[in-house]
Design a binder for this molecule. Structure first.
Ligand code: ASP
Length: 586
């Protein structure tokens, strides 16, 4: 190695040493005599001084150098003159006095400055991703991502898990999105599918006696993109034999507690709260509640059984519910602010929002005048309202009050800054429904996937009341994000057949698509279960980023395009012919 040190590693202890550094010109400042160059490599930045009287040639090279030129310099590490130290910079106590400099490669003027973190149009960043990756934020995120993956590998290795690779050229897996297809050249008219997840392979590994499997697995889903979605993404995928739900969730809790504490400085409340799907939906109107703040909604229906207030009476009479939340300190909200919250509630189907501000000696309210004093008192008591608080109530059918108040809760937390950025509030959500009714297709769909086992207690409902069957399925959530989920699987042929039947598969179609699974289940398949967790989301949360694109080296943009390589792109006529493909473009 020609380099003797890394730029970012130099400290006062190196003073007097010779240093040969190679790196990029972060900034160049010409003081009309001395020239200062901040030289950067992956480890950081160090100041290099060029003195025309000591080293005229090196000074001339430095004078011509521009941002992002690659330089090699040689010199002596010296303390910075008193008063010019930079405590902000890890190398700020020293500088390198250069006696030789060489340009290893110049750079064109840049499309954006690497040295500043200011906002740059994302399309430009993605087109020049290699420059973007030089910026400290991206460099930091890549290091963090590496640490996360390494932590996971070490953790599972210690517990006796095997990392097994599964095919990328695979068969369609039913994870709920559209497949990316790859045409076969040797079998005209046939296609591989890129795996949406290694679900079937990992179950087959359990049949194969692997016992404990994990993989840092690439998954592909052709779906509309959002901030936390990408066409290809990475999962920690795992599967275990002879386990129950709590074994898998306990392992996940242990991993995430230890990893969060090792790789971040954030607070990690433990044990992770456990909520059933029903509880989460009822209290927070969401199956991935942000538990960094309270404001769970509270059932109030029973307080208004005898009410004269017609709106409440009507809703209760038709089987609806009344729920409320307390916004601490919200009595100061203006009418306009309350109207905005009402609009938020409407996005979840609430027709209106009843509000009451607890002010000194009075209740300023949109509806309290219709209530008896006893009802007012009971409502305040149930919601634990105090002077200065705002009480918000929604009366509506089914989940609507929970969901509307859940959306309002998130909006209030955003306005008031209630979500502590230094806390990772994990939670386990369990007892998801097994099936959901698809109105369009007029059939039942698997909520998780068709290999998920129903809860033992609910077996008898499978045919009589499928919508009420709960699954042995679970999610791990954090700060309002779904990090991942999994389930205990079906491992017997008869039950898997029954499940396919419920999902509307004819036996022939079940055989054509999943015959390999049904067959495997006849050869001593152990009970098994597992889960998958989105690595991109984990790194984004650890890094405090709101988009997973910020933690992927080469992400696609919002229209699934790679702007750097310019993919997808057209291909040769000949390639298409080889694949037996003719194009019919409108
Ligand atoms: N295959 C599932 C997914 O990707 C996770 C699991 O059930 O293990 O969401």
């Amino acid at each position: 190695m020609r380099r003797t040190h890394r730029c970012g590693d130099l400290r006062a202890t190196h003073v007097g040493q010779r240093a040969l550094l190679q790196g990029w010109v972060h900034r160049q400042r010409d003081h009309g005599g001395l020239i200062f160059i901040d030289l950067r490599d992956r480890e950081g930045i160090v100041q290099v001084v060029f003195n025309p009287t000591i080293a005229p040639e090196a000074h001339a090279t430095a004078s011509d150098a521009r941002a992002e030129y690659v330089l090699e310099i040689e010199g002596t590490v010296a303390p910075r003159p008193a008063g010019t130290e930079n405590p902000e910079l890890p190398t700020g106590a020293v500088e390198v006095v250069a006696d030789r400099a060489q340009v290893l490669n110049p750079s064109l003027p840049l499309p954006f400055t690497v040295a500043e973190e200011g906002p740059v149009d994302e399309a430009v960043r993605l087109t020049y991703r290699y420059l973007d990756l030089r910026r400290p934020r991206m460099a930091r995120n890549l290091v963090l991502r590496h640490r996360v993956v390494k932590f996971i590998r070490d953790f599972f290795d210690e517990l006796g898990f095997l990392e097994v690779e599964t095919p990328i050229l695979a068969k369609s897996t039913p994870e709920g999105a559209r497949d990316y297809l790859v045409p076969s050249r040797v079998r005209p008219g046939e296609f591989y599918a890129l795996p949406q997840a290694p679900q079937q392979f990992k179950q087959l590994l359990m049949v194969g006696g692997v016992d404990r499997y994990f993989q840092i697995a690439r998954c592909f889903r052709d779906e509309d993109l959002r901030a936390d979605r990408q066409p290809e993404f990475t999962q920690l995928d795992l599967e275990m034999s002879f386990v129950e739900q709590d074994d898998v969730l306990g392992l996940a809790e242990d991993l995430f507690t230890r990893m969060s504490r090792a790789l971040t400085t954030k607070n990690v409340p433990t044990p992770f709260p456990r909520l059933t799907y029903d509880e989460a939906m009822t209290l927070y109107g969401s199956d991935k509640p942000d538990l960094r703040y309270g404001m769970a909604s509270v059932e109030l229906s029973d307080l208004f059984g005898e009410t004269e207030f017609e709106v409440f009476r009507g809703v209760l009479g038709s089987g609806g519910v009344i729920r409320g939340i307390r916004v601490p300190g919200g009595a100061r909200y203006s009418r306009r602010e309350i109207d905005e919250l009402t609009e938020t509630g409407k996005t979840e189907g609430a027709r209106g929002l009843a509000w009451a501000a607890i002010e000194p000696g009075e209740l300023r309210s949109s509806f309290a005048r219709f209530l008896s004093e006893g009802e007012q008192r009971a409502m305040i008591e149930r919601l634990e309202g105090r002077e200065g608080d705002l009480l918000l109530l929604v009366a509506a059918p089914g989940w609507v009050p929970s969901k509307a108040l859940g959306a309002i809760r998130i909006e209030v937390a955003r306005r008031e800054g209630l979500a502590d950025p230094d806390t990772l509030a994990y939670a386990r959500i369990t007892e998801f429904p097994l099936l959901e009714w698809d109105e369009e297709g007029r059939r039942w769909d698997a909520v998780h996937h068709p290999f998920t086992s129903p809860m033992d207690e609910d077996f008898s409902l499978l045919e009589s009341d499928p919508g009420r069957v709960r699954a042995q399925a679970y999610d791990l959530v954090c700060n309002g994000w779904e990090l991942g989920g999994g389930s205990i699987r079906i491992h017997r042929r008869e039950l898997q057949e029954r499940m396919f039947g419920l999902l509307g598969f004819t036996p022939e179609r079940a055989e054509a698509q999943f015959g390999h699974m049904l067959r495997a289940f006849q050869y001593g398949t152990p009970p098994h279960g597992g889960m998958a967790v989105g690595i991109d989301r984990v790194v984004a949360i650890f890094a405090g980023e709101s988009s997973i694109r910020e933690v992927m080296a080469f992400p696609k943009n919002q229209s699934a395009a790679d702007l750097l390589m310019n993919a997808p792109s057209q291909v040769d006529e000949r390639q298409l012919r080889d694949l037996h493909i003719g194009l019919e473009l409108d």
